[in-house]
Design a protein around this ligand. Structure first.
Ligand code: SF4
Length: 322
């Protein structure tokens, strides 16, 4: 077994059974060989399963981190292990590189909650009010927006506009959480993350009763009530930084279940309590589909030039402020 394979196995065994880890290894090695031959880079979102996250990633991270990586890559192909809007964002920022997503059906309840017509209607109703779109949107929605944001920089982006009102799309909860934090009124759209909307204040209360001193770390796509009941709310990268600084032994992670598994492997000394809710879209990506993606060059992200040019502006404005 090569040294790299040994390292991968060690990481996998920190979150999977030895049997599961060993079963994934041949496919992982095949993918890692092929990605070198094809001059491909594999970007992996934090919500991907451990065998993808620890086995084949060249870079891991949240939407903002991966967008930044995509912009700077010098390779022939990017294989994006995440959901469709993320692969589109990578294509926007690195238009000359072929961007592949292993399953075209890997969508997102947030990005699918809003149409171009919805955004145009909001703009017509609130003329002159800037449109801030969460990165969890299609390129067509970004093209209708003034600036993009992620959960990690949303408050900073909204404040930087120096206005008293913004149209914040499509995540109603994130919009309300940002409005509370910044004091800027957010005109929202009823989009929700189908994972984060399921967590309740009652869940947090129960964990606090069972594990006194537990630190509750939540994603800001959760409802404002859940965010207020948590000790910390932030992007996936922000959560990792916060846990690294925290002195608490018990941590409750109020976010997607695989993120919790992947974070757990970074802090083996801490005790994670996780109400496990999986994102069905993220889980559409599998090792078998990544292999097919590399072998057959599927499925390529193609964007109309006019849409891409406008959408890129919204993303680049965000990156300039981040
Ligand atoms: S976890 Fe929520 S926001 Fe993220 S991809 Fe899944 S549905 Fe979309």
């Amino acid at each position: 077994m090569t040294m790299t394979a040994h390292n991968i196995l060690e990481k996998l065994e920190s979150v999977l059974t030895p049997f599961e880890a060993a079963a994934y290894l041949p496919l992982i090695e095949k993918i890692n060989r092929l990605k070198k031959e094809k001059n491909a880079v594999i970007l992996v979102h934090n919500y991907q399963t451990p065998e993808i996250y620890h086995g084949i990633a060249d870079f891991t991270g949240d939407s903002l981190g991966l967008s930044r990586q995509a912009a700077n890559l010098d390779c022939e192909r990017i294989v994006f292990c995440g959901v469709h809007f993320m692969a589109e964002t990578a294509k926007l920022l690195n238009p000359s590189t072929k961007v592949l997503i292993p399953d075209l059906d890997a969508g997102c309840s947030l990005s699918e909650s809003i149409t171009v017509e919805d955004v145009r209607a909001l703009k017509a109703e609130h003329p002159g009010v800037p449109v801030v779109c969460y990165v969890n949107t299609t390129a067509a929605i970004k093209a209708e927006s003034d600036i993009c944001c992620t959960s990690g920089n949303a408050a900073r982006i909204v404040k930087s506009l120096g206005v008293d009102r913004v149209i914040f799309i499509p995540d109603e909860y994130l919009g309300k959480n940002v409005a509370r934090e910044t004091g800027v009124k957010a005109i929202t759209h009823p989009g929700r993350c189908m994972v984060h909307e399921q967590f309740t204040v009652e869940d947090i209360k129960n964990y606090r009763e069972e594990f006194p001193g537990i630190e509750v770390v939540a994603h800001p796509e959760c409802s404002p009530a859940v965010v207020q009941a948590a000790d910390y709310a932030g992007s996936t990268a922000g959560m990792v930084d916060h846990i690294a600084r925290s002195g608490a032994h018990h941590i409750m992670l109020v976010t997607e279940c695989s993120m919790s598994d992947n974070v757990r492997s970074l802090f083996p000394q801490k005790d994670f309590r996780v109400p496990c809710i999986l994102c069905p879209h993220m889980k559409k990506i599998t090792l078998e589909k990544v292999l097919k993606s590399l072998e057959e060059d599927v499925y390529e992200i193609v964007l109309p030039k006019e849409t891409a040019d406008k959408a890129r502006l919204a993303v680049e404005r965000m990156l300039a402020l981040s």
